[in-house]
Design a protein around this ligand. Structure first.
Ligand code: CA
Length: 231
């Protein structure tokens, strides 16, 4: 069965171009022009991936992404933002809205298709049933359920943050460069930059550290990268 991609984009011409290229790559494409019906439409569609324009009439892409991450059915669906300006990229990364990637306009259809494929491959490999539970210090990670707790508190992590924490919990004590983390955690997505790593580390720290600026677990290795410490 072909994968379903929801595209939320109010510019009809651009939406059609995206639809054309994704359809040609074998995907089923559902177009949403934005507006009040978008969330209910997305819930009904149950897409495998959502492409989300930032500038939309009514609720913008950022607000939609927040809602997507709070909606059980959609919470773990990869979200790729389409942004027109570099300031928006800063917001995507800076506000940590739970998006998985962003593409700046104008973009090449080939690049878009490649990124969509990379995210879907990753979502597939993430979905492979693994029944092991990993416990380390106060952390308990259930790979099958894709849930993680710190002491009694369940952490709310995006798919990328989950994967990053899973990596650190299984590779403690070693210093990892940003490039190594990109290769081992992000895998086939060649589009992410070392800065992406820093953004996700910061977000992860906000979840697991008592004082994110003075981390106890996720330590900065100056001039190199990061190390996860067990106490
Ligand atoms: Ca727009």
């Amino acid at each position: 069965m072909s994968k379903k991609i929801a595209v939320v984009e109010d510019e009809a011409e651009l939406a059609t171009l995206i639809e054309y290229n994704l359809s040609r790559a074998g995907f089923t494409v559902l177009l949403f022009p934005g507006g009040a019906q978008t969330m209910s439409g997305l819930e009904a569609a149950e897409p495998d991936l959502i492409i989300l324009d930032v500038m939309l009439p009514g609720q913008d892409g950022f607000e939609l992404c927040r809602q997507i991450r709070r909606t059980g059915k959609l919470a773990r669906v990869p979200v790729v933002f389409l942004t027109a300006r570099s300031e928006e990229v800063d917001r995507v990364l800076g506000l940590e809205l739970g998006g998985d990637d962003y593409i700046t306009k104008p973009f090449s259809p080939r690049e878009l298709v490649a990124r969509v494929k990379a995210h879907l491959r990753r979502a597939d490999s993430d979905a492979e049933p693994v029944v092991t539970t990993l416990t380390l210090g106060p952390f308990r990670l259930d790979r099958g359920a894709r849930r993680v707790w710190q002491a009694d508190r369940e952490l709310e992590l995006t798919p990328t943050e989950f994967k990053l924490l899973e990596f650190f919990l299984t590779h403690t004590g070693t210093a990892w460069s940003r490039e190594q983390l990109l290769r081992d955690v992000w895998g086939e997505q060649h589009f992410v930059t070392p800065r992406t790593v820093d953004v996700h580390i910061r977000r992860l720290r906000e979840q697991i550290e008592e004082k994110p600026d003075e981390p106890d677990w996720l330590i900065t290795v100056r001039g190199f990268g990061y190390r996860f410490e067990t106490r």
